[in-house]
Design a protein around this ligand. Structure first.
Ligand code: XUL
Ligand code: CO
Length: 437
């Protein structure tokens, strides 16, 4: 079997003073942070699409990336070579999980039947490699955006034939995911939205999207797929408006259509920022509502308004994420690097530098967040800030015992309430202490 990443061995932890670009400075897989190892806390995954099958094309230029595993002319051979490269990469970088879309695994054939046969062959190939290596599938999904048949959406297409075609793709992707013991299945509604409301029946489209998800859940029950279902919100790109805009919009949608008990959320940093939120907000909102599932770990470029999928290096931002994840007691899913090297970083070893930077960033943040939460400095502050809700009038309100006229009587009998400082700067300086400890 060909070796694709020649000259690169197992990436090891060498500590924060190491200058070796192919070593971890903070990620030390078996080091314990609290009661779990870093590896158990972080559950990193490699994204098949950005790392192995994409060539770096953008709106203004062709692909630039050197990807020797894509050289074979035969699509199935190409897919097998790509799987070889993927398992070599995961082994050398020390990442246990991967994620894929059906279309990343092998190129589509002229007919659906032939595409499914290709998928079966490549899934069997990957299954053997998983057995031999112990690598695991964090989640699978179906690409319902790339082919031109999906230009007006998949589940929300005005044409029912396209809905049926998309359903066939999900059926296949779900059964492969189950066969590979996938721990989850993601729905990202890339073209489930609209370009203009002038040509859109939103009410029907939303209902159809819910019916589509319901059919998938029903099929999963039939085949005994026990993994988690995730919605991955994104407000726009490629469509002007997507129905899974953010976690709050997705939560309302799931509640309306009675799907809430079946889904959690896969939250992506760059999607959150496109929605005008921080990822901390999205994780927090999901956590307090019991729907935090998994994370697509990347970041946007603050100078660009569009979607850039950069490897995470903003330690402050990832520390805010790890606070949410630790407060959630961990994730049912993991941290999938839905991130790509820049198209100018076209060598295969650039893939290592991107992942090492991302893994070190999260490892450093895990330690900072753990230290901060262990100290209870934030919790003690929060407890004090909200103490008026524990007794007296606050407790009555929380317990639903208050009436509006009773509260009016209370306010008339007491002095005008006094405010306390919110102490934002103090709290930020506490965070800094743990970050740069
Ligand atoms: C696109 C995106 C997807 C999903 C899976 O913005 O994030 O790759 O993660 O379909
Ligand atoms: Co994503």
């Amino acid at each position: 079997m060909a070796e694709y990443f020649k000259g690169i061995g197992q990436v090891k932890y060498e500590g924060s003073t190491s200058k070796n670009p192919l070593a971890f400075k903070h990620y030390n897989a078996d080091e314990k942070v609290g009661d779990k190892t870093m590896k158990e806390h972080l559950r990193f995954a490699v994204a098949w699409w950005h790392t192995f099958s994409a060539l770096g094309a953008d709106m203004f230029g062709d692909g630039t990336l050197e990807r020797p595993w894509l050289a074979a002319a035969d699509p199935v051979q190409q897919a097998k070579d790509m799987a070889d490269a993927a398992f070599e990469f995961m082994d050398k970088i020390g990442i246990d999980y991967f994620c894929f879309h059906d279309r990343d695994l092998v190129a589509e054939a002229p007919s659906l039947k032939e595409t499914n046969e290709r998928l079966d062959e490549i899934a069997a190939y990957i299954k053997d490699k998983m057995k031999a290596s112990g690598k695991k599938l964090l989640w699978g999904t179906s690409n319902l955006t790339g082919n031109s048949r999906f230009m007006h959406g998949a589940a929300t297409n005005p044409n029912a034939e396209v809905f049926a075609f998309a359903a066939a793709k999900v059926q296949k992707a779900l059964s492969i995911t189950k066969d590979l013991n996938g721990e989850g299945y993601v729905f990202w509604g890339g073209r489930e939205g609209y370009e203009t409301l002038l040509n859109t029946d939103m009410g029907l489209e939303l209902g159809n999207l819910a019916r589509f998800l319901g059919l998938a859940v029903g099929y999963a029950d039939k085949i005994g797929f026990k993994g988690h279902f995730y919605i991955e919100p994104k407000p726009k790109e490629p469509t002007k408006h997507q129905y899974d805009f953010d976690v709050a919009a997705g939560y309302a949608f799931l509640q309306k259509y009675g799907l809430l008990n079946k889904f959690k959320f896969n939250i992506e940093t760059n999607h959150a920022t496109l929605a005008g939120h921080t990822v901390q907000h999205e994780l927090h909102y999901a956590r307090v509502n019991g729907i935090l599932g998994s994370v697509d770990a990347n970041q946007g470029d603050m100078l660009l308004g569009w979607y850039t999928d950069i490897f995470p290096t903003d330690v402050y931002g990832t520390t805010m994420m790890m606070i949410e994840i630790l407060r959630n007691g961990g994730l049912p899913g993991g941290l999938n690097f839905d991130a790509k090297v820049r198209r100018g970083s076209f060598k295969t070893d650039d893939l290592f530098y991107g992942h090492i930077a991302g893994m070190d960033c999260f490892a450093k943040s895990l330690k900072a967040a753990h230290g901060l939460l262990e100290s209870r400095e934030l919790d003690d502050f929060l407890e004090k800030r909200y103490e008026s809700w524990k007794t007296g009038v606050g407790a009555e309100i929380v317990q639903g015992k208050a009436t509006l006229e009773g509260l009016a009587e209370y306010a008339l009998a007491h002095d005008s309430p006094k405010s306390e400082s919110g102490r934002q700067e103090l709290l930020e300086s506490i965070v800094m202490r743990y970050l740069y400890a």
